[in-house]
Design a protein around this ligand. Structure first.
Ligand SMILES: Nc1ncnc2c1ncn2[C@@H]1O[C@H](COP(=O)(O)OP(=O)(O)OP(=O)(O)O)[C@@H](O)[C@H]1O
Ligand SMILES: [Mg+2]
Length: 582
């Protein structure tokens, strides 16, 4: 953070960031970091944004907001140079370095934690890999010997020998306990993954940190931790998020993507929201006034245009009318829209829903995720799985939906049941060359295009959109596709693992209402308190020493003193901090 002073006055805003109110009086030249001039981008002739002009100054935190598919991740890719713009310029102060934390938290699952962090310094990672490869060779030639000596020297120059220690210190500093440093990324929960990805991003101390939906999948404690980290981070932060509380806490500027533009506001999210509401109301009021006036003028013109004594007046009013008609601009339609989420069960569910008997499951690294887990699910149950054992919940959901096999134990779905599943990580479903309609058809008995597109239309994929390739879809669009698949299934038992991840506020609200109205059985996890409270009628918490299972709402569950006592006992001696998955 530069020490910003102007004429003796310290110009730091709350939380140590540059206060937006000083915009006008400081010469920002020295603090300018990234300038975006006249940038436009469209995909297949559909403009995402046009003529964008923005400035990002040193030390500030910018929130990038907008609906699912508005172009937030794309804009970050333009800033980082991963994607080429159609026109315009993006300048960054020479010598400054930018780092990115991407929206996909599962992308490094096949790498170890330390390897993932080292990838934040690509040159060092490259040399380190080449060095390991040579040493792994069975037939080590003389040539290999020379090459390895070269690589060794380069590795040393790049600080490779100190790297491991540095990485470990950084991970510990980011709150990832030592026991996780030698694990594979796939073994961590999402909160831990984000810490590793942050370590990767800040490895080498970047001047600008770009984060794409970092709070996805994080519980309240991890989000608070991330907020504090960003508040203390002294360089520029540009962060995409749908989380209002998070945006309000960390951002001093909002760049909103809508109406084919990106508009920058000084202030936090709530301030942006109030401003846009006022501006939209004013635009509508102004339009209404103009339309009323035109209506009066038109009546006058029609009544008196053939009246000789008033013809002159009618002609002059016609001129005014034409002028107003020219000034009347169509109010642009926002990309913020509510999808229509409606899960219909094809068949009414009988009394036997699901019986789970003594499931045991240990992951590849030897972590016992399920230990004699048993549960009987009833026909009116909407069960929220809460607690801190996220990987246990995911393993359970995977097992009962046939994705994984348990080590031992059994489960029986009732004869009248049919199941559908929204997993936490959906990336595998979209690694193909299909368009959205073809993709959804894979899951439909009815192969008629119009039928399938009906489901896509509800999820806001209309017209040409339904011919888009699934692999280019945004994070939220992929979840909307999955929701179309779930709706189309007509299943009466739905499992969802943290379904609000990636979704914008409108989609979360529609999904929330759709699940309240769903007449079947629901098993789900979520980090959204309101979502759990409004949907669940039963709460199950998997703890390291058994489960707690209560037919009650979430608010009742967390305020019940007996349950609090029970939780304390069940976590005792595990060294784990008790927190709820909200
Ligand atoms: N290569 C491409 N070809 C065509 N369309 C694309 C391509 N890449 C992205 N898109 C589309 O551009 C739009 C913006 O995508 P982007 O990922 O930037 O959205 P986003 O604002 O980050 O959304 P979310 O909140 O869901 O993450 C989406 O509609 C997406 O389908
Ligand atoms: Mg995105």
């Amino acid at each position: 953070m530069p020490a910003l002073t102007a004429r003796g006055a310290t110009c730091l805003g709350a939380r140590g960031r540059l206060s937006p109110t000083f915009n006008n009086i400081i010469n920002f030249k020295d603090f300018l970091m990234i300038t975006v001039s006249d940038v436009s981008l469209s995909f297949s002739e559909k403009p995402l944004f046009k003529d964008v002009n923005l400035k990002f100054n040193k030390g500030n935190c910018y929130g990038i907001t907008g609906a699912n598919g508005a172009g937030k991740s794309t804009f970050l890719k333009l800033l980082s140079g991963e994607l080429e713009k159609d026109s315009g310029q993006i300048f960054m102060t020479p010598g400054e370095r930018m780092a990115v934390l991407k929206q996909d938290h599962f992308a490094f699952d096949q790498y170890s934690v330390k390897e993932t962090v080292m990838m934040g310094f690509p040159k060092l990672y490259e040399v380190s890999k080449a060095r390991d490869e040579i040493y792994a060779k069975a037939d080590f030639t003389e040539e290999d010997g020379i090459k390895s000596a070269e690589l060794e020297a380069e590795f040393g120059e790049l600080g490779g020998y100190e790297a491991e220690n540095e990485i470990e210190q950084m991970l510990s500093g980011l709150g990832l306990e030592e026991e996780f440093h030698d694990k594979m990324m796939s073994e961590l929960d999402e909160g831990q993954k984000v810490r590793v990805l942050l370590a990767q991003a800040i490895y080498g101390n970047p001047d600008a940190l770009l984060l794409d939906e970092p709070t996805n999948g994080l519980d309240i404690e991890s989000i608070t931790w991330l907020e504090n980290f960003l508040l203390d981070f002294e360089n520029t932060v540009i962060v995409v998020s749908h989380d209002r509380h998070f945006l309000n806490t960390v951002c001093t500027f909002i760049c909103d993507i809508d109406f084919g533009k990106i508009t920058q506001f000084s202030g936090n999210y709530d301030f942006w929201y109030q401003m846009t509401q006022i501006m939209q109301r004013q635009a509508h009021e102004q339009q209404k006034k103009t339309e009323d006036k035109m209506k009066d003028l038109k009546e006058f013109i029609l009544r008196f245009s053939s009246n000789a004594s008033k013809a002159k007046q009618a002609t002059s009013r016609k001129k005014i009318y034409d002028k107003l008609a020219d000034s009347l601009e169509e109010i642009p339609v926002s990309t913020r829209k509510f999808p229509y989420v409606n899960f219909k069960a094809d068949r009414e569910i009988g009394n036997n829903v699901l019986e789970i008997k003594k499931l045991n499951y240990t992951d590849a690294d030897g972590n016992q995720l399920l230990k004699d887990f048993s549960l009987v699910v009833n026909r009116t149950d909407k069960i929220a799985f809460v607690g801190i054992e996220h990987n246990s919940v995911t393993a359970l959901f995977d097992i009962i939906n046939g994705v994984k096999k348990p080590d031992s134990g059994e489960f029986f779905w009732g004869q009248t049941t049919s199941q559908t599943y929204l997993p936490r990580d959906n990336s595998d479903s979209f690694n193909n060359d299909l368009n959205i309609t073809e993709w959804l058809k894979q899951y439909s008995k009815e192969q008629d295009d119009a039928y399938v597109r009906g489901f896509l239309g509800r999820m806001l994929f209309s017209g040409d959109e339904s011919l888009k390739k699934v692999k280019v879809l945004s994070g939220g669009e992929k979840v909307r596709c999955m929701l179309s698949k779930l709706m189309l299934s007509g299943a009466n038992c739905i499992t969802m693992d943290d379904p609000t991840n990636h979704l914008d506020l409108e989609a979360i609200q529609s999904l929330n209402e759709g699940l309240i109205a769903f007449p079947g059985v629901l098993l789900f996890s979520s980090h959204d308190h309101e979502f759990i409270q409004s949907i669940a009628n039963r709460i199950v918490e998997i703890t390291p020493n058994g489960i707690i299972d209560r037919m009650m709402s979430f608010d009742d569950y967390i305020s019940d003193p007996q349950i609090a006592e029970m939780r304390k006992k069940l976590y005792e001696g595990t060294g784990k901090k008790i927190k709820y998955r909200v």
